[in-house]
Design a protein around this ligand. Structure first.
Ligand code: ZN
Length: 181
């Protein structure tokens, strides 16, 4: 029966505490279910498996990052050719790319041009630098950038309009040693 396959996946993922909890929960549901409900339970099992995969995903990324330490460059943010972001540091200009699209959109934000910033990531063979993490620097202290709508109290990762009221969001800088807003 098709129920067996997701169960096996759970067994393989037994190291993840949360995944096995989900599996136990689902097993008890199956025990009390009417045979006619089995089709639906299949869907629940698949959904549970996907959820477990998402739970596991951030750990994989962390593990990758741990394998190879990120390089840090600190300098002045430039909007170079055609507004493409670049970082002026160590007497050179590093064209910037980003690991995630929200980060690229932040680097392209013209409000950050001329600011001192720190970028952590990976140097590329073509001389550019792929940003994984991005901070602004004020008086030697690091700040993370967020985009905020005061009216809706909604935080966004990238510049643009508020997802709720559609007004432009405000660029805010939050000290990284401060735990949350
Ligand atoms: Zn809003």
């Amino acid at each position: 029966m098709s129920v067996v396959r997701p169960e096996r996946m759970f067994m393989r993922r037994a190291s993840s505490g949360e995944a096995s909890k989900v599996a136990v929960g689902l097993k008890s549901k199956i025990g009390y279910s009417h045979p006619r409900a089995e089709g639906r339970l299949d869907i629940w099992l698949v959904t549970g498996t996907l959820a477990a995969m998402f739970v596991g995903a951030p750990r994989l990324i962390t593990a990758q990052a741990a394998e190879k330490p990120l390089e840090t460059i600190q300098g002045i943010m430039l909007q170079a050719l055609e507004g493409k972001p670049a970082l002026k540091a160590r007497g050179k200009e590093f064209p910037l790319s980003a690991r995630a699209s929200y980060l690229l959109h932040t680097l392209e934000d013209k409000r950050l041009a001329g600011r001192e910033v720190r970028v952590e990531g990976e140097p590329k063979p073509d001389g550019s630098f792929e940003a994984w993490k991005f901070f602004t620097v004020r008086d030697g202290k690091l700040y993370r950038v967020r985009y905020y709508c005061q009216i809706c109290n909604i935080e966004a990762l990238e510049p643009g309009r508020c997802v709720c009221c559609q007004r432009p969001t405000e660029l805010q800088e939050i000290p990284v040693d401060q735990p949350g807003p």
